[in-house]
Design a protein around this ligand. Structure first.
Ligand SMILES: [Zn+2]
Length: 461
């Protein structure tokens, strides 16, 4: 397929995705035993693959026998960080002749195509942990990762078929995400856009005011966006400026807080409000069809919630982070890779009937915590005061040595006194003495290269 031009390659890749979809949707009805059997086989296959093709992983997994290893053995494998990945890239990658240097060089030259070394897909992540990451995904894993998330929307879109709209050919999809960039959301979204019904791609780098006329013109059935756009889109709906009747509102890539979820539910009562968690390292979850949380794609990944010491955390408790293993991507294997997202697994089965592990919520990232000596404050607590101010369109909460500084963009006046008191009360509730809150209205808030808005900015220690 290396001789194909990029357009042909994309069309072929999309066709491959479509061929994979029935299988991945079918797996949603698997029993626990079927899921476990599949995971064990996939784990063994991964061990076999790295032993043969990845010198770095081969050394680290040498004490496990790929013929007899079970999922319980995963705790016997060492963990890895993004620094490990970047420093040992050339020994981790399994594509003959591939190197980090060549990948970085290619990334600098790539504009609207991200295939490299034949059918492998290259993308970069912004680096919440401070360091940018460079990822390589094989053809089959790229499609499985996308399908693994997209299968969660199918149930919500199905009623459209009954109204004469054949899924997916006539469903109007609008996706507010990164503009042309090496970020996974752009690269994968570009590849897996139906050539006969292209997704309307709107830029997250522009203000909501510019997006509203576009959304009105598209009249999307499905809107994918970041949670940080909810306040502005809700305000525009309330003001009668935004007039859309979506069937699905999907909010991903950033933490969807309870407050923002509620605002979305009130604003689009006829729509399913869906969310799931995903990572550049290989997707990971699909939205629960009941609209409450999401499930881990356990057929594709292993997620181990762990505490500060790396010990497993029980359902119902908040983890300090997770170890992430990608069972499908063979190009750049990721095994027990640390991500600092705070996971809370659900206890027991989900009302939707799925046998896949349910995540009750991901509570942002450990690195976002505001730490005041011995006191750790989750900034989402401060955010509650902001969310009850409907005129605030965008905001950022920045930690200060003795409290927090809120910057915001708004349409009209806000109740600054109430906001300040409530934020102060939130810090007092953690035991912080005489917390200081300052508030500042600004005209523009910077988004990241991926178009996300960083809501919490902790002081770096
Ligand atoms: Zn469910």
């Amino acid at each position: 397929m290396a001789e194909m031009n990029v357009e042909q390659q994309r069309v072929a890749h999309y066709a491959f995705l479509a061929s994979l979809m029935p299988e991945l949707i079918g797996r949603l009805s698997w029993s626990r035993a079927q899921i476990e059997a599949h995971r064990t086989a996939a784990f063994r296959e991964l061990l076999r693959h790295v032993r043969a093709h990845s010198p770095w992983h081969a050394r680290r997994t040498a004490h496990l026998d790929p013929c007899t290893a079970t999922l319980a053995d995963i705790v016997r494998l060492p963990t890895m960080t993004k620094s490990d990945l970047m420093e040992n890239w050339d020994e981790i990658v399994t594509i003959p002749g591939a190197s980090r240097r060549e990948a970085e060089e290619a990334l600098r030259k790539m504009t609207d195509q991200f295939y490299i070394w034949g059918d492998n897909v290259l993308f970069a992540s912004g680096g919440t942990g401070g360091q940018p990451g460079l990822f390589l995904c094989d053809w089959s894993a790229a499609a499985a990762t996308w399908a693994g998330m997209a299968r969660g929307f199918m149930g919500s879109l199905a009623p459209l078929a009954m109204r004469g709209i054949e899924v997916p050919q006539q469903v109007r999809l609008a996706w507010i995400a990164a503009e042309m960039s090496a970020h996974a959301s752009y690269v994968m979204g570009r590849i897996f856009s139906n050539p006969h019904n292209p997704t309307h791609r709107l830029s997250a780098w522009r203000s909501a005011d510019e997006l509203i006329p576009e959304l009105n013109a598209i009249q999307p059935h499905f809107v994918g966006s970041y949670p940080s756009f909810i306040p502005a889109l809700a305000a525009a709906t309330k003001a009668g400026e935004l007039k859309i009747e979506p069937r699905v509102m999907y909010f991903g890539a950033e933490h969807l807080s309870d407050g923002r979820r509620q605002l979305a539910r009130q604003t689009w009562p006829q729509a399913d409000i869906l969310t799931c968690w995903g990572t550049s390292e290989g997707g990971g979850t699909f939205p629960c069809p009941n609209g409450d949380g999401f499930h881990i794609s356990e057929d594709l990944v292993i997620i181990e919630p762990v505490d500060d010491a790396g010990a497993p955390v029980a359902p119902g408790e908040r983890s300090a982070g997770i170890y992430f293993t990608n069972l499908v991507n063979k190009a750049l294997p990721i095994i027990r890779y640390y991500i600092d997202d705070i996971f809370e697994m659900s206890d027991g089965s989900c009302a939707c009937g799925s046998s896949y592990q349910k995540v009750r919520q991901v509570h942002g990232r450990s690195l976002e915590m505001f730490r005041y000596e011995a006191i750790s404050v989750h900034p989402a607590t401060l955010e509650l005061a902001v969310l009850e101010q409907p005129r605030i369109l965008e905001y950022q909460i920045r930690q200060t040595p003795r409290g927090a500084h809120l910057v915001y963009r708004s349409k009209g006046e806000i109740d600054a006194a109430r906001l300040s008191v409530k934020m102060r009360q939130a810090l007092l509730s953690y035991g912080l003495q005489e917390p200081e809150i300052t508030i500042e209205k600004i005209a523009h808030l910077e988004r990241t290269a991926a178009g996300k808005l960083k809501h919490y900015v902790p002081l770096t220690h």
